[in-house]
Write a protein that binds this ligand. Structure first.
Ligand code: NAD
Ligand code: UD1
Length: 345
């Protein structure tokens, strides 16, 4: 019997999930999307159809709803692997609504694993985050660095989820946790990109919305950090490079014969880039004006963090292809496309 090419993608209507669906289709897989549209709408689902010419099966529902998930697994039949993107991700909001974050991010994982076990499914890829490290002592940070106290309830949910995965894998799961650093940019076709609801929290959508005139100015949160230009340092990775690592993680799980497995990988470029450097790269690569001021530090921000991605490059045979300039150009093209489509409405 030919093994199933179906990959269940929870949160597939969101930013990273949608880009991953496109890469899965390009690699010959058959993604099936589950999303409750709580932090997204159908825009990226339409975008992925335009890019791929395919319409993946979409099940609208909540990962915390066991009977809904059972229905999905029954309807779809054999599924090779589950990729679990569905979660809330706003650091600031998690401080205001910690219970909501713990409920959504942890319950959805627990219910999903429970139903997977019921259906004798083993292979699982989890969206983790560099936030699990807190402010690491050694940078670039590698996967063996200890988890410091999480800076936010969001960060705590990712630490707890990884702990759950480590605890349950000996009962017959094969699990990869991917610790994303800072995903940015958009699909080169400008058919998909980041789609924040309301005022963006993350840097790049704030930059592009300011450049487009939706926001008056960008505030750079702090220039008195212990870094060369005083602004925070991050590891910004193009979302398509990030999406592609999921295909590599799938291949890794296929080749690994172990019946029980748990492994975590950093997914970053290995380059630390400051917020001011990123702002200047945007201006330089797009030629667009970007009004910005320096403001106070944002509570909860880590001063500097970037990845040692050697483990993923080696074991998953993956490397990044896009530059920071590409990411800025693609993010700007996506923003312009969004503005054009809104002005048509
Ligand atoms: P996103 O908000 O764009 O997408 C998440 C999707 O999950 C949304 O479409 C939302 O509607 C859906 N969702 C949320 N809770 C759900 C539930 N209970 N049931 C079904 N669907 C649900 O976020 P993203 O940027 O694509 O992030 C994807 C994953 O990657 C998340 O787990 C996030 O924590 C993680 N991550 C993101 C970043 C980042 O900066 N974007 C960095 C590190 C890790
Ligand atoms: C954080 C987490 C990441 C998480 C993501 C989800 C860390 C190190 N990273 O990313 O794992 O998944 O949130 O949202 O904890 N900035 C400005 N002005 C702005 C917006 C941001 O100066 O208007 C600065 C921030 O202070 C920060 C940098 O830009 O230094 C990046 O911020 P952001 O895009 O929000 O991502 P992180 O907070 O790094």
């Amino acid at each position: 019997m030919t093994p199933s090419k179906k990959i269940l993608v929870t949160g597939g209507a969101g930013y990273i999930g949608a880009h991953t669906v496109v890469e899965l289709i390009a690699a010959g897989y058959e993604p099936v999307i589950v999303d409750n549209l709580s932090a997204s709408d159908r825009t990226l689902l339409k975008g992925m159809e335009r890019i791929t010419g395919r319409k993946p099966n979409f099940h609208e529902g909540d990962c915390r709803d066991k009977s809904f998930l059972r229905d999905v697994f029954q309807t779809e039949g054999p599924i090779q692997c589950v990729m679990h993107f569905a979660a809330f991700k706003s650091v600031g909001e998690s401080v205001q609504k910690p219970l909501l974050y713990h409920q959504n991010n942890i319950d959805s994982l627990l219910v999903l694993l429970d139903v997977m076990q019921e259906f004798k499914m083993t292979d699982f890829i989890f969206s983790s985050s560099c936030t699990v490290y807190g402010q690491p002592d050694v940078i670039p940070v590698n996967e063996s660095a200890p988890f410091k106290r999480a800076e936010s309830p969001y960060g705590a949910t990712k630490q707890i989820c990884e702990r759950i995965l480590e605890d349950i894998y000996p009962t017959g799961f094969r699990i990869v946790s991917l610790r994303y650093f800072n995903p940015i940019g958009a699909h080169p076709s400008a058919m998909m990109g980041e789609l924040p609801i309301g005022v963006p929290n993350n840097l790049v959508p704030y930059i592009t919305q300011t450049a487009a005139g939706l926001r008056k100015k960008l505030t750079v949160f702090g220039n008195d950090y212990d870094t060369p230009d005083g602004s925070c340092i991050r590891d910004f990775i193009h979302v398509v490079d990030l999406a592609r690592v999921h295909v590599k993680a799938l291949e890794y799980l296929q080749h690994e014969r172990h019946s029980k497995l748990y492994d975590a990988f950093n997914v970053g470029t290995g380059k630390g880039v400051s917020v001011l450097e990123l702002v200047n790269t945007f201006i330089r690569s797009t030629g667009v004006k970007l009004p910005f001021i320096i403001g106070p530090r944002r509570p909860g921000d880590v001063e500097k963090v970037y990845a040692d991605p050697a483990k993923a490059m080696d074991a998953l045979r993956w490397k990044t292809q896009y530059s920071l300039e590409d990411a800025m150009k693609h993010a700007w093209a996506w923003e312009q496309k969004l503005r054009a489509s809104h002005s048509e409405d």
